[in-house]
Design a protein around this ligand. Structure first.
Ligand code: NAD
Length: 435
């Protein structure tokens, strides 16, 4: 079988490489020539564990191709996947579908025969019908079946998530599309992955409802964490105590600085807008959006308070910039709300992130100093803030930190350190949801 993947980003590149690993011939298209040149030379434009080897081996086997030429990629494709970005539209928070419709137009114009057009990008309810109408408009003579196949992979564990997902969702009215997608996902069917066959609208909504639910879970535990701090409780034990209840589950109950990333912020907002337009507001999700925005902003104030009410002229070490570990993705990362505020308040910020510094530089104030490692960042610092819980930070011995820092303030927004050990090393240590 042949597949064309439009978009070589976090989703397109991982999905394309994984389909190739299933034995399918895959052409990945991106309109960014620098990305395609890099990929052709075996350089991976993003950081995702395991992706390097997967891309190289499948390219070497001749199953994975990269091109900027949509026509070349789609002309033999049994299915064409749209995996382009759907960012928040400036001003109103609706999903910006410009890239999706542009890609659909380009694909349809280039087709030489019937195919199945599959939306993998996260798109609001109703987009699939619009894609079908656009396909009919551009190529009325061709039989182009349309399907929605939302992607649930997580950056940092994307390959495992694609290869062993909790479920695959396929939304379509077309038997042909369903048959093609069944064949493509056969390796997952063989390992008994649940496959949810449904309509277009339902598949589109499943993706938004899933992300909104997970974002709600995070926001819930964050507010419980604030309460824990006030009443002398420990949010870890609360999360464990409720998470062991099978109806609740332990995942997504880690209190922190608020969710960020390429999906939750824009998808919660887009769902809010869709629901408002439909006249059925999702008020819980509206609250999640505003609570989370306020939380990210409040984290800088927490640091300032821990420094005695002012950071002017103080040196603050920042560990972690990406929105989560094991990715270089900076989209909507909490650091983007925290670091500029600290700089604005007069702090000298010395930052270190294992993978995200190149992506962070254009997004953060020019005054930020980028460091070689955690100890370099902590050198001479009055205070240290943990924003992203990279594993390399977890093992930092408190006394070694004390040896390089000038001050004794640590604000751990991810609860990676042991409070007793930090206090023993002489730190004024604060974390999230632990009194
Ligand atoms: P991305 O920004 O990393 O990648 C999108 C790529 O598409 C870019 O490289 C861009 O150059 C390319 N592109 C845009 N228009 C094109 C066109 N007409 N032809 C060829 N290439 C084109 O985005 P992403 O993070 O991979 O997300 C893609 C979609 O998947 C979004 O809708 C997102 O919400 C969804 N999604 C993302 C994740 C995630 O973890 N990143 C997870 C699940 C779903």
């Amino acid at each position: 079988m042949h597949v064309a993947m439009i978009g070589a980003g976090y989703v397109g590149l991982v999905s394309g490489a994984c389909f190739a690993e299933f034995g399918i011939d895959v052409s990945v298209v991106d309109k960014d020539p620098a990305k395609i040149t890099a990929l052709k030379q075996g350089r991976i434009p993003i950081f995702e564990p395991g992706l390097d080897e997967l891309v190289k081996s499948n390219a070497a086997e001749g199953r994975l191709h990269f091109t900027t030429d949509t026509a070349k990629a789609v002309n033999r494709a049994d299915a064409v996947f749209i995996a382009v970005g759907t960012p928040s539209r400036r001003g109103d928070g609706h999903a910006d579908l410009t890239y999706v419709f542009e890609a659909v137009r380009e694909v349809c114009a280039a087709l030489t025969g019937p195919t199945v057009l599959v939306t993998k990008s996260t798109v609001p309810v109703g987009t699939g019908r619009k894609v079908a109408a656009l396909a009919r408009e551009v190529r009325p003579e061709l039989d182009i079946a349309v399907a929605s196949n939302p992607e649930f992979l997580r950056e940092g564990s994307a390959i495992g998530d694609f290869m062993r997902p909790d479920r695959v969702v396929i939304g379509t009215d077309s038997e042909r599309a369903q048959a093609v997608l069944k064949r493509l996902y056969r390796p997952l069917y063989l390992i008994e992955t649940p496959i949810v066959f449904t309509g277009l609208e339902t598949a589109e909504l499943i993706k938004y409802a899933a992300n909104a639910f997970l974002a709600t879970k995070i926001t819930f535990i964050n507010e419980v964490a604030d309460l824990c701090e006030k009443v002398g409780a420990d949010v870890h034990d609360v999360a464990r105590g409720i998470g062991l209840d099978g109806r609740i589950g332990r995942k997504f109950l880690h209190a922190g600085p608020g969710f960020g990333g390429s999906c939750f912020p824009k998808d919660t907002l887009a769902l809010v807008r869709t629901a408002q337009d439909a006249g059925t507001p999702v008020r819980i999700v509206e609250t999640v959006v505003s609570v989370n925005d306020a939380r990210k902003a409040a984290m800088a104030e927490r640091v300032i308070a821990a420094c005695g009410g002012s950071v002017a002229g103080k040196t603050i070490a920042v560990l972690g910039l990406t929105f989560k570990p094991e990715t270089d993705d900076m989209r909507d990362a909490p650091s983007l709300a925290i670091v500029p505020r600290l700089v604005e308040a007069g702090a000298v910020v010395r930052a270190y992130d294992p993978e995200g510094m190149a992506q962070a530089k254009p997004l953060l104030p020019a005054e930020v100093v980028y460091c070689r490692d955690a100890y370099d960042a902590a050198e001479g610092a009055d205070a240290l803030v943990v924003i992203t819980e990279w594993n390399v930070f977890r093992a930092i011995p408190p006394d070694r930190l004390a040896g390089v820092m000038t001050g004794r303030v640590v604000v751990d927004l991810r609860n990676i350190f042991d409070p007793a050990a930090m206090r023993e090393a002489g730190f004024a240590y604060s974390s999230i949801g632990r009194a």
